[in-house]
Design a binder for this molecule. Structure first.
Ligand SMILES: *Cc1c(COP(=O)(O)O)cnc(C)c1O
Length: 470
C-alpha cells in the first residue's frame, strides 16, 4: 500500500462501527454514529465513544513487552510515567520558557560526556535528539562540513565526499548518505566476519572520506565493532598517507551498555580519533521513545556554522537539531533515570539483562536445532540460525510460528556478501526477565516437534523477511 493511502470502500468512505454501549446515555445515538475512517468526520464524537473506537483497534497491535525485535524501552516505572505526563506539554525548543527542562538536558549531556571519557567533559558539546537516527544525521553533517571546509578548493566542483562503514550499519546511515549526497562506502560481510574491521575500513578511505562509522554494537547480531582497532588502522593510514580521518561511533545501544558492563573496553573519547558519539536514550538508556543523544569531543569537532541560537534566560543557548518543536517529557525522563539509577543501578539493570541474554542463548544452543552466531555477551542481543543439516524448517517458519504464541522475533537475511545466511535475532531488554525467557523456551520446545515433522520450509525466503529487524 502506498504511503498514506487509505483503503476506502466504493462510496469513497469507510466507516467505523460503534457499539451501542459506547454512546453516552442513549444507546441509540451510539448506534447511529458512524464516523468515516479516512476523511475528517463532519461532526464530533463523544469522548467515551471516540476513546473506545481507538482503544479497540489498538488491541490488535502486538504486545510490546513480548516484542523481542525492538531495542526500544517497553517498560518504565510508574514514577517515570508521572513525570512524563507532567512534561508532555513542554516544548523542548522553548528554552527561555522552560529553563529547568533546558538545564536538565545540559546536565544529561555533561553526564554522558563524563561517562564516555571526554578529555574535558565541560568542553564537550552535545544535544538531545529524537533518537539515534537524528543524532547520526547531525554527526554525519558535522563530518561532512569539516571535510568540505578542509577541501574548499575541490568541493563541490570536483570532489564527491564518501563515508566508510560496514554493510551491517543501521539504515539511518544509508539515509544520511542519500539525504546529504555522500557516497556510502560499505565493507561487505565476509565469512564469519559480520561487521567492520580496521584493515578493511582503512582500505576504503581516500582524500574524499569524511569519516568512518564504527558501530557499538551491530543491530544484525549484537556484536561490538572493534573501535580501537579501527582507530589504530586509521592512525597507521595517517602515518603512511597523511590522511587524517575522524571516527564517529554509533553507540545507539552499546553506549549505555559498555560503560557499565565492559569498563575496560576502550571505544569512546579515550581514543583521540573518536570525534563524536551517539546513543539512543530510548534503547539501553531505559527511557520510552523518542530520545537520543549526540556528543562531540570538543568545539572543533562541531563546526560553529551548523549551530543555531535560541533565547535562554535573556541570553542565548546554542541548539543543533533537525526538528524544531519536540516534547520535553523524554529528556526529563532521561534525567530522572540517570538520577534514579546512577552508575550502580545501570550496572545492575544491564548485567541482569545480559545474564538473561546469555542464558537464553545457551539454552537455545542446547536444543540442537540451532547454531548461535553470537551469544549475548556484548549487547544483550544474539542471532542464531538453523543448525547444519536442519532441512525441515527455516528461521522464517520459527518466527511465524512463535508469533502464534505472541512472541515477536524477527527473521531476516544478512547483507552482502552473506545474503545466503538468514537468522533469528532476540533483543533482551529490561523487563524481559528470566521468568519470561523460561516461558519463551517452553513455547519454542513445544513447537519444535511440529517444525521437525514438516516436509520442508513452508514457502520461499523471498519477500518474507520481517521488516522489523532494525
Ligand atoms: C537503533 C539504531 C539506530 C537508530 O536509532 P533510533 O534511536 O531508532 O533512531 C542507529 N544505529 C544503530 C546502531 C541502532 O542500533
Amino acid at each position: 500500500m502506498p504511503l498514506h493511502e487509505g483503503s476506502d470502500a466504493k462510496d469513497g468512505r469507510q466507516h467505523l462501527s460503534v457499539n451501542p454501549f459506547y454512546g453516552e446515555a442513549d444507546p441509540v445515538a451510539g448506534m447511529a454514529t458512524a464516523p468515516p475512517r479516512h476523511t475528517l468526520p463532519d461532526g464530533p464524537t463523544a469522548p467515551r465513544a471516540a476513546y473506545q473506537l481507538v482503544h479497540d483497534e489498538l488491541m490488535l497491535d502486538g504486545n510490546s513487552r513480548l516484542n523481542l525485535a525492538t531495542f526500544v524501552t517497553t517498560w518504565m516505572e510508574p514514577h517515570a510515567d508521572v513525570l512524563m505526563a507532567e512534561c508532555r506539554d513542554k516544548n523542548m525548543i522553548d528554552k527561555d520558557e522552560y529553563p529547568r527542562t533546558a538545564d536538565l538536558e545540559q546536565r544529561c549531556v555533561a553526564m554522558l560526556a563524563d561517562l564516555w571519557h571526554a578529555p574535558d567533559p565541560t568542553a564537550a558539546v552535545g544535544c538531545s535528539t529524537t533518537g539515534s537516527s537524528e543524532a547520526c544525521m547531525l554527526a554525519g553533517m558535522a563530518l561532512k562540513r569539516r571535510w568540505s571546509r578542509a577541501n574548499a578548493d575541490r568541493y563541490p566542483a570536483s570532489a564527491r565526499p564518501n563515508l566508510v562503514m560496514g554493510a551491517n550499519v543501521q539504515v539511518c546511515w544509508e539515509k544520511f548518505c542519500t539525504f546529504w549526497e555522500v557516497e556510502a562506502r560499505q565493507v561487505p560481510m565476509r565469512g564469519d566476519r559480520f561487521h567492520l574491521d580496521g584493515e578493511s575500513a582503512a582500505a576504503l578511505c581516500d582524500e574524499n572520506t569524511i569519516g568512518v562509522v564504527a558501530v557499538l554494537g551491530s543491530t544484525f547480531d549484537g556484536s561490538y565493532e572493534p573501535v580501537a582497532e579501527i582507530c589504530a588502522a586509521l592512525d597507521d593510514l595517517q602515518e603512511r598517507t597523511g590522511l587524517d580521518i575522524p571516527v564517529h561511533v554509533d553507540a545507539a545501544s552499546g553506549g549505555m551498555i559498555a560503560p557499565f558492563l565492559d569498563p575496560g573496553l576502550v571505544w569512546d573519547f579515550r581514543l583521540p580519533r573518536v570525534a563524536s558519539v551517539n546513543t539512543s536514550g530510548h534503547k539501553y538508556g531505559l527511557v520510552y521513545p523518542g530520545v537520543g543523544w549526540a556528543l562531540w569531543r570538543d568545539r572543533q569537532a562541531l563546526p560553529e556554522e551548523l549551530v543555531f541560537h535560541v533565547d535562554y534566560l535573556g541570553g542565548d543557548m546554542p541548539t543543533f537539531a533537525l526538528n524544531f518543536s519536540r516534547p520535553g517529557a523524554q529528556v526529563v525522563a532521561q534525567y530522572y533515570t540517570f538520577l534514579r539509577l546512577g552508575r550502580e543501578g545501570y550496572r545492575a539493570v544491564q548485567q541482569t539483562t545480559r545474564d538473561v541474554a546469555r542464558s537464553l542463548a545457551d539454552r537455545i544452543g542446547a536444543l540442537g536445532d540451532f547454531r548461535l552466531l553470537t551469544r549475548g555477551d556484548e549487547l544483550p542481543v544474539f542471532a542464531f540460525t538453523t543448525a547444519d543439516g536442519v532441512r525441515n524448517f527455516d528461521v522464517f517458519d520459527v518466527s511465524r510460528r512463535m508469533r502464534e504464541r505472541g512472541w515477536l522475533i524477527p527473521a531476516y537475511t544478512f547483507p552482502p556478501d552473506r545474503d545466503d545466511l538468514s537468522v533469528l535475532r532476540i533483543v533482551c531488554r529490561n523487563g524481559f526477565s528470566h521468568d519470561l525467557s523460561d516461558l519463551f523456551v517452553a513455547d519454542l520446545e513445544r513447537l519444535l516437534p511440529e517444525l521437525r515433522a514438516q516436509g520442508g520450509p513452508l514457502g520461499g525466503r523471498a519477500g518474507r523477511d520481517t521488516a522489523f529487524h532494525h
